[in-house]
Design a binder for this molecule. Structure first.
Ligand code: 5GP
Ligand code: ZN
Length: 113
């Protein structure tokens, strides 16, 4: 996707602070952190949002959830963390490339909306 911000980060056209990378997944620090640790985990292959997960690409999603615990452990999030994915405009999705926020490093508010 030529005009996708996170595809540009995957390609290295836009710099990011990487915390994890493998064949399928990239994780990097959010540019505007909402918690002491705020990491975005994305598939390298473009998927628009949770709404585009299907049987062809769900192996990548499974893999994302396999690497999230390792990322959280490396980040020292021993007290726990939140994993969030905003899907669509009502949820406040601002970048249309599927991403999972990992938020932690403090006691998070329980407010969800
Ligand atoms: P959303 O609002 O779509 O759930 O989350 C998008 C996230 O991407 C936001 O938390 C925002 O701060 C982050 N973000 C937007 N542009 C950039 C960027 O250029 N670099 C990084 N590292 N994060 C970004
Ligand atoms: Zn993309």
């Amino acid at each position: 996707m030529d005009d996708c911000l996170f595809c540009k980060i995957v390609n290295g056209d836009i710099p990011s602070t990487k915390v994890f990378e493998d064949t399928f997944v990239l994780a990097f620090r959010d540019i505007a952190p909402q918690a002491p640790s705020h990491i975005l985990v994305i598939p390298k292959k473009h998927i628009g949002s949770v709404a585009e997960i299907d049987t062809d690409n769900s192996y990548v999603i499974a893999h994302i959830f396999e690497v999230i615990p390792a990322i959280a452990e490396a980040e020292g999030l021993t007290g726990g963390y939140r994993v969030v994915s905003n899907c669509g405009s009502d949820a406040g999705q601002t970048v249309n490339h599927l991403h999972f926020h990992i938020l932690g490093g403090k006691a998070l508010s329980l407010e969800m909306a």
